[in-house]
Design a protein around this ligand. Structure first.
Ligand SMILES: [Zn+2]
Length: 336
């Protein structure tokens, strides 16, 4: 099915006209309610799969809405066997300046079966295996949607995304997914997945190598509360040009730990250290720890006497003899 595939609707506009929030839970909507406001082209969906198509658009609009930006998704393919063949749950990229993603057969099945089951069986009566399959499928939507949700969709924005650090892209998309999945499922289906289901899902999430470290960095730029981390994850993932995310993380850490007068040179050193830290390069964690401690001391009225000398010393201690770190770029092949 497809309705007006070239049109992109700002998420906040869509939210006020055909929102998940105002509409009944997805599983209870009429065919007309499911069709109303559909702008994403969903390939591979039969007429009975309307709810899945709607869910995909709702997920992409949700990710845009919580980041206060617009949806970039134009086309989705479901039952995408090539994803399964790569052991991926989904794939995402841009076609020109329009977002595209594909859901594996596994994820598509998880959604179809889950939506059907919601109509007949209370969530509490599902097996944990059924709950996890459904949550994971919804996570795939949010994760792939995060990949194609940007600050803007000009050629420059998309080119910057292609040239950006892939480790950070994967990690930040996953942090945005995991910090919002429980709220999204509540918003979309009226179902609270519950603490244990949420924790199992979080414990097995994708790209933990990158996402754990990114989540900690994001947390250092906030008061540490769940809501603040979720909000910051969306902001960094989806409202900052893709090649400027490390700088934005450093800015947020600097503001929170060091205050308005935090030395710019320290923030710049944090920015330069973040890609290596995400990529688990030795030395980067201790260097970041010392940089953050210096910010806290600065704010507490014990600023460094000589910032340049401090940074030169850190570089001598931690940067020397490190292997060159070149993070992979997003590039033109679909991300998983
Ligand atoms: Zn990904």
């Amino acid at each position: 099915m497809q309705i007006s595939p070239t049109q992109r609707v700002p998420a906040h506009t869509a939210a006020s006209s055909t929102p998940a929030a105002a509409a009944p839970p997805l599983q209870d909507r009429t065919p007309d309610q499911l069709k109303d406001g559909m702008v994403v082209t969903v390939k591979g969906a039969g007429s009975t799969d309307l709810a899945v198509a709607r869910l995909i658009q709702d997920g992409a609009q949700y990710m845009a809405r919580v980041a206060n930006t617009t949806m970039g998704l134009a086309t989705v393919e479901i039952n995408y066997k090539q994803a399964d063949d790569q052991k991926a749950l989904g794939l995402a990229t841009f076609q020109g300046t329009k977002g595209w993603f594909a859901l594996s057969m596994r994820s598509t099945t998880g959604l179809l079966e889950g939506i059907d089951r919601l109509r007949t069986t209370p969530w509490a009566s599902w097996t944990e295996a059924q709950r996890q399959a459904f949550v994971q499928s919804n996570e795939t939507i949010l994760h792939e949607a995060a990949h194609v949700t940007l600050n803007g969709y000009t050629r420059d924005d998309v080119n910057a995304w292609r040239d950006a650090d892939r480790n950070i892209e994967e990690g930040i998309s996953e942090v945005a997914t995991m910090t919002h999945i429980r709220d999204f499922i509540l918003d979309e289906f009226g179902v609270d997945t519950g603490d244990l289901t949420d924790r199992i899902s979080q414990s097995t999430s994708a790209y933990t190598r990158f996402s754990e470290r990114l989540q900690r960095l994001i947390g250092m730029g906030t008061d540490g509360s769940k809501a603040a981390v979720a909000s910051a994850a969306s902001a960094v993932s989806d409202t900052v040009r893709a090649d400027q995310r490390a700088g934005e993380l450093a800015r947020r850490i600097g503001l929170n730990l060091g205050g308005e007068t935090a030395p710019a040179a320290i923030l710049d050193e944090i920015r330069k250290t973040i890609p290596g830290f995400i990529g688990e390069v030795n030395g980067t964690r201790t260097k970041l720890m010392e940089l953050q401690a210096a910010l806290v001391d600065h704010k507490a009225g014990q600023p460094l006497a000589d910032v340049d000398a401090f940074l030169a010393d850190l570089r001598a201690k931690y940067d020397r003899n490190l292997p060159a770190f070149g993070a992979p770029k997003n590039g033109t092949k679909p991300l998983d």
